[in-house]
Design a protein around this ligand. Structure first.
Ligand SMILES: Nc1ncnc2c1ncn2[C@@H]1O[C@H](COP(=O)(O)OP(=O)(O)OP(=O)(O)O)[C@@H](O)[C@H]1O
Length: 252
């Protein structure tokens, strides 16, 4: 049986602007399993990104409880949360958000320095990651000299530099063309294949079929899930068909 790496209980998130409040996440219960590639789908505005920000500790819950490796984390002091964000989780956004004045190598290494590992280890990890993302020969280039796909691969490497247990990705292929998307998704599949847990929000079926578990969010709640492991299908086309049928049945 898979262990639960991250759990949210009765999660709520309310945004308040002046006198207007919006309950975006409503009493949501969720479990994320170690080693899974979990995908969050749902209609626009359903609360997918908000949920990802809550589960990754980027944003605070309004109420509920959150557990990382069975330890409660929603009531931790900010310095402890910073430590978790730096060392136990990685985050990939739709836009790579690289620092323009830093080279590829420096963009990755700077995040490593923010973690707690020693510098030698950070340098070794950076070299390994550059190999993995096939960017060794571009390591001294600046973001303006890279394609969109290369930038996103650097952003994925940056999210991995501190060896996080969970990688969160919010529409990581949203700004990429088909070829670049495939490269970024191959990289995420590869990371997951080496045991890292991934939680990704996407609208894209081709991205979704890299996951083994699909959660469908509707009106701030989980409205259903699809476990692809049960079908034992390997081809991405077949997986895509199962996901398509599932999300259509949910009213996508
Ligand atoms: N900081 C904020 N302040 C106020 N409302 C917000 C804020 N962030 C998100 N919302 C609202 O919360 C709702 C859910 O937003 P969220 O970005 O989580 O949706 P989503 O499912 O990811 O949508 P999309 O697929 O379009 O990206 C939306 O109605 C959005 O306007």
């Amino acid at each position: 049986m898979k262990s639960i790496v991250l759990e949210g209980k009765s999660l709520c998130k309310t945004f308040t602007n002046g006198e207007v409040s919006a309950n975006v996440i409503r009493n949501l219960d969720v479990e994320v399993y170690q080693g899974d590639f979990t995908v969050i789908m749902g209609t626009s505005g359903a609360g997918k990104s908000t949920l990802l920000y809550l589960l990754s500790g980027i944003d605070d819950i309004t109420s509920g409880e959150m557990y990382l490796n069975e330890k409660r984390i929603d009531n931790l002091k900010e310095n402890k949360m910073i430590d978790i964000r730096r060392n136990q989780i990685g985050f990939v956004f739709q836009e790579p958000n690289l620092i323009d004045d830093f080279s590829v190598y420096e963009n990755i290494i700077i995040t490593g320095y923010l973690g707690t590992k020693n510098r030698k280890e950070v340098h070794r990890n950076t070299d390994e990651l550059l190999e993995k993302i096939d960017m060794i020969e571009h390591k001294n280039k600046y973001p303006s000299q890279l394609s969109g796909g290369q930038k996103q691969r650097v952003a994925i490497a940056r999210s991995l530099i501190n060896n996080p247990n969970i990688v969160f990705a919010d529409e990581p292929t949203g700004a990429l063309n088909a070829k670049q998307s495939k490269q970024a998704l191959d990289l995420l599949s590869n990371i997951n294949g080496s045991g890292q847990t991934i939680l990704m929000v996407t609208h894209d079926l081709k991205a979704a079929c890299r996951g083994n578990r699909i959660l469908y969010i509707k009106d701030g709640k989980i409205d259903g899930e699809l476990n692809l492991d049960q079908f034992m299908v390997d081809s991405l086309e077949e997986r895509e068909k199962y996901i398509f049928d599932f999300i259509m049945s949910k009213g996508w």
